[in-house]
Design a protein around this ligand. Structure first.
Ligand code: FVH
Length: 319
């Protein structure tokens, strides 16, 4: 039976579509996921590698499975949220036959290749498979703001989306490609870690003059909300980037290169490690040297994508 018929069968078997759900992995996120399914009235079975993390869930009606195999046996919908894909593989590969005919909803962070490989394994084992990315923190799960992205066979998503939508108001199906959800995940995490690291570098600079984060907060908030975010997310930003339209009358590559030079110079003088800025500075230098000084800073994407076509060396190749 394919995912559609299984889901239909299982939904019809249960009032208001309250199908049994098993949650594998009760870390901070797994517990949040299980709690939502319990609160919605689904029969929920939980399993975790180590004990002691399911007390509250069991107290609220979840059934504790002794083994992962027991948790798989009692539900068609298996939601897994572990630290790594290696953990998912080591948990599920031994249960391949027990999993056949069920659906795995994998909400573990990994790489798009991890997701695609697991999808192939599942398909070959007769297991329906959806790969998801949770773009939210545990306290947000179940809220209208929570964003969860999915990839995999659309008919499987459609069959189980009433249950999946319990996890967040922005539950979104992206593609038949199971790797696309994690590609979005890693793209957004890149934005997050880059912003976090830059934010902390800023504070390291300020600390050299004993300026506190609290005192800086009004300025950092203003800068992020009034300039950085609008510049990156205004209506034209995506189109211009997609079209390779780097024209600007706001801030040229040359101006940004000089700004980067000042940051690196003063960071080094103040003893704040600026190594992470050097590849960015080098790309800006190269762009100016190649005659793109009047373009916007957005042109640096050329050093990350079709650099060979544009004769631009990848950032990491720059000495
Ligand atoms: N927490 C968050 O804010 C983020 C939000 C976005 C999505 N992530 C991803 O969710 C996955 C789980 O994250 P987590 O925060 O729940 O992580 P932990 O609290 O550390 O729990 C990890 C669970 O994984 C189990 N586990 C680890 N290794 C194995 C293994 N080899 N075999 C079986 N289970 C394993 C671990 O079990 P235990 O240590 O309690 O026995 C936990 O249940 C993750 O991909 C995030 O990136 C969360």
């Amino acid at each position: 039976m394919n995912g559609n018929s299984f889901a239909k069968a299982s939904v019809n078997e249960h009032p208001e579509g309250l199908i049994p759900v098993s949650v594998i992995g009760l870390g901070n996120m797994g517990q949040a996921l299980a709690a939502i399914f319990i609160a919605a009235g689904h029969p929920v079975t939980v399993w975790n590698r180590s004990t002691g993390k399911d007390e509250r869930l069991v107290g609220n009606g979840a059934v504790r499975a002794k083994t992962a195999a027991d948790a798989v046996a009692v539900s068609r919908m298996i939601v897994v949220c572990l630290s790594t894909y290696e953990a998912v593989r080591s948990t599920f590969m031994p249960l391949q036959s027990e999993l056949a005919g069920r659906v795995i909803v994998n909400l573990t962070t990994g790489t798009p290749d991890d997701a695609r490989r697991m999808s192939v394994w599942a398909e070959e084992a007769g297991i329906d498979y959806l790969d998801g990315a949770i773009m939210a923190i545990p306290p947000m799960i179940g809220s209208p703001e929570a964003l969860l992205l999915y990839g995999g066979r659309q008919k499987i998503f459609e069959a189980y989306q009433p249950v999946l939508r319990l996890l967040g108001g922005h539950t979104t199906y992206l593609s038949e490609d199971p790797g696309v959800a994690l590609l979005h995940d890693l793209a957004m995490l890149t934005m997050m870690y880059g912003a976090w690291y830059a934010y902390f570098h800023a504070h390291a600079l300020l600390r050299t003059a004993h300026i506190s984060a609290e005192a800086f907060l009004p300025y950092s908030s203003h800068w992020l909300q009034r300039l950085i975010v609008p510049m990156l997310t205004n209506r034209d930003a995506g189109r211009k980037l997609d079209d390779g339209d780097y024209a600007t009358d706001i801030s040229t590559m040359t101006v940004n290169k000089l700004g980067l030079d000042s940051i690196v110079k003063s960071s080094q003088e103040l003893g704040v490690p600026a190594d992470w800025l050097l590849p960015i500075q080098a790309v800006a230098d190269q762009m100016v040297a190649m005659g793109y000084g009047n373009d916007g800073f957005e042109r640096v994407i050329e050093a990350m994508t079709n650099h060979r076509a544009h004769g631009v060396e990848p950032a990491d190749a720059i000495k």
